[in-house]
Write a protein of this length. Structure first.
Length: 372
C-alpha cells in the first residue's frame, strides 16, 4: 500500500478533537492507524505521477512506488486505497470544503509552496496509458470526488485500456459536502459521493456486489450532483471485491450507517461559507459578531464580483471576436484550459468559450483588461 495525505486535519489547531478525523456525526475516528507514505510537501503532482509510473529514483530513496507486477501492490490516497492487482484510486477527505483532495494533488495544491505545476486531464490520462502499456495493472478502477471531476475523463479516457472510472459530478457541475451541521465542528465532515460509495462497500457482500450495481446505487443516493462513469463499461460486471477491501473477508457489517438529509448537504465549492455563517450566528459579543459578519460579507461580495466579472467577460469576448474556423481537438481544447486555468477552474462559462474555439490568447487578454 502507498498512502498520500496532506495530513493537515488531525493535528490542525482548529480541530477541536486533536489527533482525530471524523466523516459523520458518529465521530468514529478514521485517522488512527493510517500509515502515511507521502505527506505535507511530499504530496505533489510530480510525486503522484512518479509513484504511478514506478519511478526508480524515488525507489532508490527508500520511497514506495508501484511495481511492474500487476498482481501486487496497493496505493492509498488520503486514507483511501488503490489495489493495483485491479487498481483503485480514490479520494476521501471530508474536511476539504472547496474541492476534493484528489484534484488538489492532481492539479497542484496551492498550499504546497514548492509545487508550481498542475496535472490536467490529458496528462493524467497519458499517465494511465503509460501504466497500461507497461503492465502496471491488470484492471484499474478510479473513484474521483471533486467539483467538475467528470472533466478529467469525458471524451479523454479510452474504452479499451481496462480502466473504469466513476466521478462525483459531471464536467460542468460541482459536488456536494454533507454532515455540515455538526454541533461541535463547524465544517462539513464528508463529501456526498465518496461517503455513499464507501458506505455501499461497507454494507454489501463485495464478492457478489458488482461495480455496476455500486454505481447505480451511489448514483441514486447522491442527490445533488450527477455521478458519472467512464472508460471500459464491460468492467461493470466485475465484483467490487476484486478492487477494494479483503475479498475473502467474512461479512460482519450491519445497516447502521447514518443517512444524511437535505439540510446536511452543501455545495462543496461553497461550503467554506457555512463556517463563516455559523460563527456569525454563534457570536457571543458585539466584537465577535462584527468580525464574523465582515468575513462572511467579504466572501459573499467576492463571489458576486466574480459572477459579474465573468458575465462582462463573456459578453465582451463574444461581441468583439469570433471563434476560430478550425474546431479544437480534444488536446487543443485542454491546452486552452491550461493557458487560463486559474479562471477556468471557477467558470463553466469559460469552458464553453474554450470548446467553441476562441483562442486562449484572446481570453487571457480580456481577463487582464477586465481585472486591471
Amino acid at each position: 500500500m502507498i498512502t498520500f495525505a496532506y495530513d493537515d486535519i488531525a493535528n490542525n489547531p482548529k480541530n477541536p478533537f486533536k489527533g482525530k478525523v471524523f466523516h459523520d456525526y458518529n465521530h468514529v475516528d478514521v485517522y488512527n492507524g493510517v500509515i502515511i507514505d507521502y505527506r505535507g510537501n511530499d504530496v505533489t503532482r510530480d510525486n503522484f505521477v512518479r509513484v504511478l509510473k514506478g519511478d526508480k529514483k524515488l525507489e532508490n530513496n527508500k520511497k514506495k512506488v508501484l511495481k511492474r507486477n500487476p498482481f501486487k501492490g496497493k496505493v492509498f490516497h488520503d486514507y483511501n486505497h488503490v489495489d493495483v492487482y485491479n487498481g483503485v484510486i480514490i479520494d476521501y477527505r471530508g474536511n476539504d470544503v472547496t474541492r476534493d483532495n484528489f484534484v488538489r494533488v492532481l492539479k497542484g495544491d496551492k498550499k504546497l509552496e514548492n509545487n508550481k505545476k498542475k496535472l490536467y486531464g490529458m496528462e493524467l490520462n497519458d499517465t494511465l496509458a503509460y501504466m497500461h502499456s507497461n503492465k502496471k495493472f491488470n484492471k484499474l478502477v478510479l473513484y474521483v470526488d471533486a467539483c467538475y471531476s467528470g472533466s478529467m475523463f469525458r471524451d479523454i479516457l479510452p474504452s479499451n485500456m481496462g480502466i473504469y472510472a466513476t466521478t462525483s459530478a459531471k464536467e460542468d457541475e460541482g459536488s456536494h459536502a454533507i454532515f455540515c451541521m455538526d454541533e461541535e465542528i463547524d465544517v462539513c465532515l464528508a463529501n456526498e459521493y465518496s461517503f455513499h460509495w464507501i458506505v455501499d462497500s461497507e454494507f454489501k457482500d463485495l464478492k457478489t456486489h458488482t461495480l455496476e450495481e455500486q454505481y447505480v446505487g451511489v448514483k441514486r443516493t447522491t442527490m445533488f450532483s450527477h455521478v458519472m462513469k467512464y472508460g471500459e463499461m464491460t468492467m461493470g460486471s466485475l465484483p467490487v471485491g476484486k478492487f477494494q477491501g479483503h475479498y475473502d473477508l467474512l461479512i460482519h457489517r450491519n445497516d447502521g450507517a447514518i443517512a444524511p438529509n437535505a439540510v446536511d448537504r452543501k455545495p462543496s465549492c461553497q461550503a467554506h461559507l457555512l463556517s463563516r455563517y455559523r460563527r456569525l450566528m454563534q457570536a457571543a459579543t458585539e466584537e465577535e459578531h462584527e468580525t464574523a459578519w465582515r468575513k462572511l460579507h467579504r466572501a459573499l461580495q467576492l463571489g458576486h464580483i466574480v459572477k459579474n466579472t465573468f458575465r462582462d467577460f463573456v459578453e465582451d469576448v463574444t461581441t468583439h471576436h469570433k471563434p476560430s474556423l478550425k474546431g479544437l481537438s480534444k488536446r487543443d481544447e485542454l491546452m486552452c484550459f491550461k493557458a487560463v486555468h486559474e479562471v477556468a477552474l471557477h467558470s463553466p462559462q469559460l469552458m464553453e468559450l474554450c470548446k467553441a474555439g476562441y483562442e486562449a490568447e484572446t481570453l487571457i487578454d480580456y481577463v487582464r483588461n477586465i481585472c486591471s
